[in-house]
Design a protein around this ligand. Sequence first.
Ligand code: GDP
Length: 452
Amino acid sequence: MTGVPGDTIAALASGAGRAGVAVVRISGPRVPAVAEALIGGLPRPRQARVCAFVDADGLAIDRGVALYFASPASFTGEHVLELQGHGSPVLVDMLLARLLELGVRLAEPGEFSRRAFLNDKLSLDQAEAIADTIEAGSSAAARAAMRSLEGVFSREIDTLVEALIALRVYTEGAIDFPDEDDVDFLGDGEIERHLTAIRQRLADLRSQAVQGASLREGLRLVILGSPNVGKSSLLNRLARRDTAIVTDIAGTTRDVLHEQLSIDGLPLTLVDTAGLRETDDPIEAEGVRRAKAEIQHADRVLLVIDDRHGLGRDEQAVLTEIDARCPVTVIANKIDLSGGEAGLRAGFDGDWIGVCATTGAGFDALAAHLKQAAGLNADTPPAFVARRRHLDALARAAKALETGHERLVVDAAGELLAEELRLAQHALGEITGTFTSDDLLGAIFSSFCIGK
Ligand code: GDP
């Protein structure tokens, strides 16, 4: 990101295009001088003032409401002036041009939120939650993002970090004074007890974060199954349009197709693959290789079978191949021909759903099942929204604590445990932004829209 943090920035904060009202936001040390030139002086903080916004000749560009938030009690922590004028793109351009004359520059994407973060107004995950609130694809996602913004996630992280710091202090003490008063600090079970409690708390937080992430990013589903069982028909019915080629010739879907869709606001990426049949055809064989590669990145596999035939040798092989790497839902298709039951089937090993891709029978149950898998069920909505970046940091913290535990119980090596505790604390700090690189901040805030 270019630009000096101490300069003054402005941007249209409301949506682009014609509207009833347009909000232009200005933040930085030049705000008092800008207010003097543009509206004849600063309004009293937090009190709306109706006034003209004037050009260099004193002529009104627009007339509207001005709101002033004095530093540090503002969104960015700097002086902030908000001008609510008429929602005309032409007037907004004229107003922004006037601001440039007054020594203000246009804000870059996410720059207001970045300043709020740098001035300790928000933690990094809270700043991300602003973007997630605006971009939420469902009411459940919006509510979860709101809870993140209110600091639910940060507080959980902070509590864990505090517990880790306390344990680091205790462990380092045990290293420095190993046999104080004949007490074996490392071996008396106290450190292990605390470590286990922290690991449990982290595991709970991770499972909530996984749900929070699927709420935001949706599920990535890979459709697998033998040729002709109805994979493309299933995809088309879910997508309600014809992107995959549906024919009667086995092995038609040769490439990997990606389809983005949403079920009641839950974003889904559906990956349609070639069948997993062993084949001599080199093109189809490449498709099979890609199908296997896709499973690595999937949240769930939809294994489609012909309900008349049940799980065959090929399908059993697929299940063995996937093993425990990814949850699987078996979609028993063509129930119109098998006479099988529609919807979720009880008494099967794993999740089974009977459907008919031609009539749509069983698809409501499939939709409900996918929402459940993504944590969208109303009973226990995710407590906050999370990103892959957060999941990655939580996973690294968990790994460090696991290694630390081994160092403690297997090697009784206090120094090595202390180092793993430090790594875990560092990983958690990346989530809230206690430890972050400039590159990461640039990557996060540049994905925001301008004016945020
Ligand atoms: P894929 O090779 O697994 O992608 O299978 P397709 O989606 O191309 O379907 C193969 C054939 O089965 C096509 O003729 C479909 O119309 C047919 N088909 C798919 N689903 C059903 C179903 O639920 N019932 C019936 N009767 N035919 C189906």
